[in-house]
Design a protein around this ligand. Structure first.
Ligand code: NAD
Ligand code: MG
Length: 386
């Protein structure tokens, strides 16, 4: 029996890694839907290679060019936000949520409502709407499989154990490309320097988040939703080699770690085959060559995103959604060369000060908080420029 799978964000870093695994096992998996934001050529090529049933482009204006690019293939073309959400409800057995940013929230929620297995890379949706997403999965019976390497590691370390026996979750962090830099040295960092991660090859947004360590803060919030042990039991540990992807300590002080080469195809394969395992083309771990593993405490003075994210997590309600939206706007502005590297966390902090929203009771409330936080971030940037 083949499993029908869909990939949201199929042209991105996680999306193409997922397709690489799926295309190697064409007799096990058949592709239902592939989606992308605006890269019609890459989406059409991926859909043809994977023999997908449906390709969806988020930008509605690109429907004619997608239809052209798929001519003669028998692959259905669709476009626009509603088509994306419909595709998430189309009945895949397994869905990869790998859109970047809160833009992935609606399709991810739709896939969870549909009740299949949802492999979650799109951490921003869980950060913004964590409680609602977890409730949705619980009520539909959907299986949420963490793909973020740390959360996948924790998921593996928890297998066969009871969450109430966990004393600590230790979220490892590479520290990013500026781990040893002073604040002064971070002033003139360019987008090109920020996206050059020492260990992982990833999309631009998450690479900048890794450089500011906002990524680890978002992951703290992500972990708190996926593994309800309490925020004060989730710690961040710098581990520059990215070999240990995270650890779980139990009440008897036994600590389990998951290790592997820094290749996203390993956690993706775990989520794809779960509860079984499949072979991957990834490098085996050569610990003799690596020689040593280093650890150090994180520094929230040099990386204020760590402080901001923990505060937003403790505050709860709409605060994580506001933080995430402000960060998305600030990172886009940094990548466009409009603000400096250190402005990112400063803008996020200012938005959290200026704007608060009530506890979201529905997804619409989250989307409103997200939109208002984006507008507030743009106002903060205008006052910076003035
Ligand atoms: P990416 O930028 O490489 O790809 C993003 C994908 O989302 C693309 O297919 C793009 O077309 C699509 N997309 C972008 N904006 C969209 C929109 N508004 N509407 C619909 N589709 C849109 O990003 P990535 O590095 O693959 O990351 C994807 C997600 O996975 C992010 O949430 C990221 O934090 C998470 N993640 C990535 C990695 C990694 O190694 N790249 C690791 C862990 C978690
Ligand atoms: Mg991660």
């Amino acid at each position: 029996m083949t499993r029908r799978i869909s990939i949201f964000g199929a042209t991105g870093s996680v999306g193409t890694s997922t397709l690489d695994l799926v295309n190697r096992q064409a007799d096990t998996y058949s592709v239902l839907a592939l989606t992308a934001n605006s890269d019609v050529a890459a989406l059409a090529a991926a859909a043809r290679t994977a023999r997908a049933e449906l390709a969806v482009i988020a930008d509605e204006a690109l429907y004619p060019s997608l239809k052209d690019a798929l001519a003669g293939s028998g692959i259905e073309a669709a476009a626009g936000h509603a088509a994306l959400v419909d595709a998430a409800r189309a009945g895949a057995d397994w869905t990869m949520a790998a859109i970047v940013g809160c833009a992935g929230l609606a399709p991810t929620m739709a896939a969870l409502e549909a009740g299949g297995a949802v492999a979650l890379a799109n951490k921003e949706s869980l950060v913004s709407a964590g409680a609602l997403m977890m409730e949705c999965a619980a009520s539909s019976g959907a299986t949420l499989l963490p793909v973020d390497s740390e959360h996948n590691a924790i998921f593996q370390c928890l297998a066969g154990s009871r969450i109430q026996d966990v004393s600590r979750i230790i979220l490892t962090a590479s520290g990013g490309p500026f781990r040893t830099r002073s604040r002064q040295e971070m002033l003139g960092i360019t987008p090109a320097q920020a996206v050059a991660h020492p260990n992982w090859s990833m999309g631009a947004k998450i690479s900048v988040d890794s450089a500011t360590m906002m990524n680890k803060g978002l992951e703290l919030i992500e972990a708190a939703h996926l593994f309800p042990v309490g925020l004060d039991r989730i710690e961040i540990l710098i581990h520059p080699q990215s070999v240990i992807h995270s650890m779980v300590e139990y009440r008897d002080r036994s600590t389990l770690a998951q290790l592997g080469s820094p290749d996203m195809r390993i956690p993706i394969a775990h989520a794809l085959a779960w509860p079984e395992r499949i072979a991957t083309p990834c490098e085996p771990l050569d610990l003799a060559r690596i020689g040593r593993l280093d650890f150090e405490a994180p520094d929230a003075e040099r990386f204020p995103a760590l402080r901001l994210t923990r505060a937003a997590a403790n505050q709860g309600g709409a605060a994580p959604a506001i933080l995430n939206a402000a960060n998305e706007v600030a990172v886009a502005a940094f990548l466009a060369g409009r603000i400096g590297f250190l402005d990112i966390a400063m803008i996020v902090e200012e938005v959290l000060t200026r704007y608060t929203a009530p506890m979201p009771g529905r997804i619409e409330d989250v989307l409103l908080a997200d939109a208002t936080a984006r507008a507030t971030a743009r106002q903060v940037m205008e006052s910076l420029a003035a």
